[in-house]
Write a protein that binds this ligand. Structure first.
Ligand SMILES: Nc1nc2c(ncn2[C@@H]2O[C@H](COP(=O)(O)OP(=O)(O)O)[C@@H](O)[C@H]2O)c(=O)[nH]1
Ligand SMILES: Nc1ncnc2c1ncn2[C@@H]1O[C@H](COP(=O)(O)OP(=O)(O)O)[C@@H](O)[C@H]1O
Length: 196
């Protein structure tokens, strides 16, 4: 069928799920993707983690209490959720549905357990793993970020081993050797998924 009628429905965009160990550079690469490709929409998760210096409510995360998180689950408002290094994280369902329905390429930056839930619920999504050049470099990046003390840092590195061991579950793996390069690769994947 040819398009061109004004009342043709907007095609639903495809979802891209980006996972990868803490400190690999997901936040940094996603910020660069938004700069290169402002049309992309990046979901803002809810978390029970305390804000870091420089983070504000509604920007990096919606910062919520444990009771509020329970309520979000009970009322079916989360598309997926998981516990990571002692805190809970979840994706608000409604904005994701709305942006996909509006045809806007949409990205979730979430950890492995959440990615698996999305794979079960939305198998048409595209799953991308951001990997570090090495475990030594990952540790350096986490240390250099100075956001976690030793117990949290070790918890994140322990999860990193598990997340990288699941690389086969992903459609694509991008090594974050260089931010510009990794962001360029991710933009290509998001655009190709949206063009299908
Ligand atoms: N399942 C799930 N994971 C999330 C969500 N939001 C963030 N995460 C993941 O939670 C982990 C911890 O995030 P954060 O505390 O911001 O630490 P960082 O990744 O080290 O900057 C990361 O792997 C994020 O990708 C979410 O809504 N759902
Ligand atoms: N390609 C890269 N090369 C060197 N350092 C990087 C690179 N990407 C990110 N970083 C740095 O690594 C640290 C962790 O990045 P961040 O985006 O917070 O990771 P994540 O969101 O995956 O936890 C930050 O200090 C960031 O500036």
């Amino acid at each position: 069928m040819t398009s061109g009628t004004t009342d043709a429905p907007t095609p639903r965009a495809r979802l891209t799920v980006l996972s990868g160990p803490s400190g690999v550079g997901k936040g940094t690469v996603v910020a660069e993707v938004r700069r290169l490709y402002p049309h992309v929409w990046v979901s803002v998760s809810c978390t029970t983690r305390k804000p870091r210096p420089g983070e504000s409510d509604g920007v990096q995360y919606h910062f919520v209490s444990d009771a509020q998180f329970d309520e979000l689950i009970a009322t079916g408002q989360l598309l997926e959720y998981a516990t990571f290094a002692g805190n809970r994280y979840g994706t608000p369902r409604k904005p994701v549905d709305q942006h996909l329905a509006a045809g806007r390429p949409t990205v979730l930056e979430i950890e492995l357990q959440g990615a698996r839930q999305i794979r079960d619920a939305m198998p048409e999504a595209q799953f991308v793993l951001l990997a570090p050049p090495s475990m030594a470099e990952l540790r350096e990046r986490l240390l250099g970020r100075r956001t976690e003390g030793p117990p949290d840092l070790e918890a994140r590195l322990a999860r990193a081993e598990i997340e990288l061991a699941a690389a086969d579950e992903f459609d694509e793996v991008i090594v974050n050797d260089d931010v510009e390069h990794a962001a360029g690769e991710l933009v290509k994947l998001i655009e190709s998924a949206s063009a299908e």
